[in-house]
Every structure is written in C-alpha cells, then in structure tokens.
Ligand binder design. Structure first.
Ligand SMILES: O=P(O)(O)OC[C@H]1O[C@H](OP(=O)(O)OP(=O)(O)O)[C@H](O)[C@@H]1O
Ligand SMILES: Nc1ncnc2[nH]cnc12
Length: 176
C-alpha cells in the first residue's frame, strides 16, 4: 500500500538552484492520499481536549481546516503580514534571506485554550516558532505541532523540541 511519502512529488531546483522542493500538491490531489494524510495528522490528538487548530499560511490552511473539521474544533489562520482584516499581533522570523512577519487576530484565542499547530512542512522551524510565539502571546497552550514532512537536516524538529514542543511528522526527507 502507498504511504503518505509516496504521494509527495520532488521538484528539482525550485524555487532556487540546489533546492529539492517537496511538493505536497500531488498528495492533496489524490483522494486516498489526502484522507490518509489528514487521518494520520490528527491521530495522536483524537480524544484529547483540543480547542483550536491553528494553520500556517498557505498549505497549513488546507490541512488545518480538514483536521479542525475532523476534530470538531475551531480553526485559526496564522497569516503573512497585512492579510488579516481585524486587529492583529505580529511576529517576525528569519528566512534564508532576510526576515518575514506572520500575524494572528488578537482575539483569535482565549487564554488557556489548547491549540494544535499544523503545517505541511518543517524545515528550519522559523515559521513554526513564530506561530508558536503568537499563540503563546495570546495565552494559548500548544498541544502539539503536526507536519506532513520533516526535513531533519534543517534542524526544525530539534529547534521546536528545545522549546518543549511535541512534534509529529508523517515522513522525513534527508537533504535540503
Ligand atoms: O521551517 P521553515 O524553514 O520556516 O520552512 C517551512 C515553511 O516554508 C513553507 O512555507 P512558505 O514560507 O514557502 O510559504 P507558503 O506556504 O505560503 O508557500 C512551508 O509550507 C512552511 O510553512
Ligand atoms: N525543500 C522544501 N520543499 C518544500 N517546501 C519547503 N520549505 C522550505 N524548504 C522546503
């Protein structure tokens, strides 16, 4: 039987020369693949008291929405700067070149709510760390961080675990 990893396509030299881009659109487009991946992402959290799923733009929205529906929780988007219409708080993080900013609505969570953070891929962990900081600044408690793909050579898992986070990933690819 095919695994989640088998559905992920690799595009060479995107967006830069030397990068092996792990493309989850082929996983999402397949009905068996998408169901398998959503089911496996939420399995460690089924039956736990999760209040909200937070998804990181953009591919974390696709997964996070499906996971939230299945867990019967609310969904909270963490977006790139300037996209959310209401009052927000912001967090900057480091990219390969320069900095980026993500935002969350300042009323998206109640203090003490338990939040599952979802994204497609964990590389350096900069994006996820920024999301965690936003959630914690609103008083949310991170129940876990769930990813489809881990790129262990980029150190994201170690970075999040050093923050005390529980990290689940469905598969890993070695190398960049
Ligand atoms: O662990 P990191 O080094 O932070 O990288 C991981 C992030 O990079 C990708 O998103 P990207 O920033 O390309 O945004 P997109 O989903 O909007 O294309 C991916 O979907 C993660 O969100
Ligand atoms: N190799 C990679 N494939 C897909 N998304 C990524 N985000 C950061 N590195 C990536």
């Amino acid at each position: 039987m095919k695994t989640v990893k088998d559905y992920i396509r690799t595009i060479v030299d995107f967006p830069h020369e030397g990068i092996l881009f792990r493309d989850v659109t082929t996983l999402f487009a397949d009905p068996r693949g998408f169901r398998m991946c959503v089911d496996q992402l939420l399995a460690p959290y089924a039956g736990l008291p999760i209040d909200k799923v937070a998804g990181l733009e953009a591919r974390g929205f696709i997964l996070g929405g499906a996971v939230a529906h299945q867990l019967s929780t609310g969904f909270v988007p963490i977006r790139k700067k300037g996209k959310l219409p209401g009052a927000t708080i912001s967090q900057s993080y480091t990219l390969e070149y320069g900095e980026a900013v993500v935002e969350i609505h300042d009323d998206a969570l109640q203090p003490g709510e338990k939040v599952l953070l979802v994204d497609d891929l964990l590389a350096t962990g900069g994006t996820a760390e920024a999301g965690i900081r936003l959630i914690e600044r609103l008083g949310g408690q991170i129940a876990g961080c769930a990813f489809v793909v881990d790129l262990p050579d980029l150190g994201g898992r170690k970075r999040l675990e050093a923050m005390g986070m529980e990290v689940h990933a469905l598969c890993a690819f070695e190398g960049l």
